[in-house]
Write a protein that binds this ligand. Structure first.
Ligand code: DHB
Ligand code: FE
Length: 283
């Protein structure tokens, strides 16, 4: 059976794409952010997972307001990136793993998650930039196959943290029952606190972010006590993207099953509080 080897949760911001393209990683503004990724890149180079399940939120590249699934799972042979209008260079297509995609879909639907299945799917900066941050030297050939899992954070009503936690648990169970010897890493991208528009544009809540990061180590269901509205009040309109972290962490299992290997928190990258955590699953 397949095995989850660990999980990585990180923020995503379009400006990272331009910073990478411009080679700005060592500049004062960017260094504390990019330096945070070195231990995670090292871990990936040692552990060499075969597949990445990437839990992220699309921002209008693949789904727009006319059709907005709450949960969508990719089942494509590959996933292309495309110009989103942020001035980010597009990245090479990501190979899929259709066997895991369909196994996940079967298992999640059996557990009463009503999914949209995507046999064609574009992936936006929330998927592509974390991949580039984790495997900066991948060039044209990504070293992992991928399965995108997309959660709506764009058009209300949004799924609750409680529902996303359960989705993550079901993903973890589905991977564990996949008849494969693949080693799987779960990646969650979004958050932490940020608000891009309106009266609270620029809002960041460091104390909440740090408490949330701590909860992923000691009490991963902690955020499920809050409603979506409460989380938006606490973290900003786009801070709600932390739902990806809730789902990804839930996929790894309970407190006793994982150890935290690394964390970084840096304010701000663009308008966003940039967080990063690496968890390893115990044998
Ligand atoms: C920014 C952050 C995001 O999560 C996003 O999707 C777009 C922009 C920002 O801080 O600029
Ligand atoms: Fe975002």
């Amino acid at each position: 059976m397949a095995k989850i080897v660990g999980g990585i949760v990180t923020s995503h911001v379009p400006a990272i794409g331009r910073a990478i393209a411009g080679g700005l990683q060592q500049e004062a503004y960017w260094k504390p952010f990019f330096d945070g990724f070195a231990p995670v890149q090292q871990w990936l180079a040692e552990v060499k997972p075969d597949v990445a399940v990437v839990i992220y939120n699309d921002h209008g590249l693949n789904f727009f307001l006319d059709k907005m699934p709450t949960f969508a799972v990719g089942a494509a042979p590959q996933y292309s990136n495309a110009d989103e209008g942020w001035g980010i260079p597009t990245l090479p297509a990501f190979p899929g793993d259709q066997d895991l995609s369909w196994h996940l879909i079967e298992e999640l639907v059996a557990k009463e998650f009503d999914l949209t299945t995507c046999q064609e799917m574009l992936v936006d900066h929330a998927f592509t930039l974390p991949m580039k941050l984790l495997w900066p030297n991948a060039g044209e050939a990504w070293p992992v196959r991928t399965v995108p899992v997309c959660i709506n954070t764009v058009q209300h009503p949004l799924p609750s943290a409680r529902r996303c936690f359960k989705l993550g648990q079901a993903i973890g169970e589905a991977v564990a029952s996949w008849d494969s010897d693949a080693r799987v890493v779960v990646i969650g991208t979004g958050g932490l606190s940020h608000q891009l528009d309106g009266e609270r544009a620029g809002f960041i809540n460091k104390s909440f972010d740090l408490e949330f990061m701590d909860s992923l180590v000691n009490d991963p269901a902690w955020a499920t006590r809050y409603s979506v509205e409460e989380l938006i009040e606490l973290t900003g309109t786009q801070g709600i993207e932390l739902l990806m972290w809730v789902a990804a962490r839930a996929a790894l299992g309970g407190v006793d099953q994982v150890r935290k290997l690394h964390a970084n928190y840096h304010i701000p990258i663009s308008n966003t509080a940039a967080g990063l955590m690496l968890f390893e699953n115990k044998d």
